[in-house]
Write a protein that binds this ligand. Structure first.
Ligand SMILES: *Cc1c(COP(=O)(O)O)cnc(C)c1O
Length: 378
């Protein structure tokens, strides 16, 4: 039997590989590798995809830079606190610390993987008591599901701070028909190859409804440029999206809706086969996930992973160590002495194969293998 990988970014080439290769060839022919016409074309296509006329899309070098640029444009100052989940990829907090800010870790919601508004309130109280200014909140749409922006925006308004959406895993998702990119006033995403919308290298983007922030982002990504690139109005970055990557992303973006729908069907088939054996991912009413990952919770996680590996099936643990326990980050404060839900999830989560071209027979094999362990253990 053939192996089933966790992700197969090559499978899409059977569908749009020729289109992508032609797009790459066009860039090589015109030779405008930096800020070539495909970059603006891709930014316009992404803003249109979000579907909110007030949203501007600013491309940059990667999803981590997107966060750094966003925090910088929002005015993050050294010593300022930004509350973020500990149950996330390191970049969320790294970008805060890179600017001299102080990440403060909060827990995730019961029954979910995303930032808890109640925990954010506790984190803010703690940070304020320690003399820090809470400048912002960064929510993460973990595994592709948008965070609870309604309740998080309420907390942000109470605290008088900004709310950034780290949507590195969720471009293509929505809440009540409102798409990722417009769920917060500033949203970042990543085009790392394994993300739902990935390129052939590194890439990232910031979305914002704030015209002044959009202008500042366009300056910051090109060395803090003013009227031209040899006029430098502030200290910035070299963080542009390569023209080649924009060209690769244009046909991939046209395929995205269909691919998110395919991921949705795969997730439903997984849940139908697994929901009575493990904790399947919860998608609240009105939410549409981009299904970057399909992540289960089980008491026999390590045994399930061993069985999958033995059966030639890929899986992954996102994330093996939460940020508040990482060597480089454990000196930062957390909302509570322990982040209960985060620490409970960490030894129990397992992400199963998920990509739009997974076949039903493959999904069924994954389900059978997971069940062979879980059913025997109960
Ligand atoms: C991938 C990811 C990032 C960083 O994106 P890069 O393009 O790899 O820099 C940031 N946040 C989250 C939640 C991610 O999954």
């Amino acid at each position: 039997m053939s192996d089933i990988p966790l992700n197969n970014i090559h499978a899409q080439r059977d569908v749009i590989g020729d289109e992508i290769d032609e797009a790459i060839a066009r860039v090589i022919a015109h030779g405008r590798y930096i800020m070539g016409p495909e970059v603006a074309e891709f930014e316009a296509a992404m803003a249109a995809q979000v579907g909110d006329d007030n949203v501007q899309a600013i491309a940059c070098a990667n999803g981590t830079d997107a966060l750094v640029l966003a925090y910088h444009a929002l005015g993050l100052q050294p010593g300022d606190a930004v509350i973020c989940p500990s149950f996330t990829f390191v970049a969320t907090a790294e970008a805060v610390a890179a600017l001299g800010g102080v990440p403060v870790f909060a827990d995730v919601e019961d029954g979910g993987y995303n930032l808890s508004a109640a925990s954010v309130r506790r984190a803010a109280k703690m940070a304020t008591a320690r003399g820090m200014t809470v400048r912002g909140i960064c929510a993460v749409d973990l595994f592709g599901l948008p965070a609870s922006y309604g309740s998080l925006q309420e907390v942000a308004s109470e605290l008088g701070c900004w709310l950034v959406a780290d949507a590195a895993q969720s471009f293509g998702a929505s809440v009540d028909g409102q798409r990722v990119g417009s769920l917060a006033s500033v949203t970042t995403t990543s085009f790392f190859p394994a993300k739902p919308l990935g390129c052939y290298g590194d890439g990232g983007m910031v979305f914002t409804t704030d015209g002044a922030i959009a202008d500042r982002l366009r300056s910051l990504r090109i060395h803090g440029k003013g009227s031209d690139k040899y006029d430098n109005v502030e200290v910035g970055y070299n963080s542009r999206l390569d023209t080649l990557q924009a060209a690769v992303l244009l046909p991939k973006l046209r395929q995205l809706e269909e691919e998110v729908a395919a991921r949705q069907r795969i997730a439903e088939r997984y849940s139908a086969g697994l929901a009575d054996a493990v904790t399947a991912p919860l998608v609240p009413a009105g939410y549409r996930s981009a299904w970057a990952q399909y992540t289960i919770v089980t008491e026999v996680r390590d045994e399930v992973q061993s069985a999958l590996t033995a059966a030639g099936i890929g899986s992954a643990i996102y994330y093996p160590k939460p940020l508040h326990q990482q060597t480089g980050y454990s000196h930062f404060d957390s909302a509570d002495s322990e982040l209960d839900r985060t620490e409970w999830l960490t030894p129990r989560v397992l992400s199963l194969p998920m990509f739009p071209y997974l076949e039903d027979s493959e999904i069924d094999r994954v389900v059978e293998t997971v069940r062979s362990v879980v059913d025997a253990s109960t």
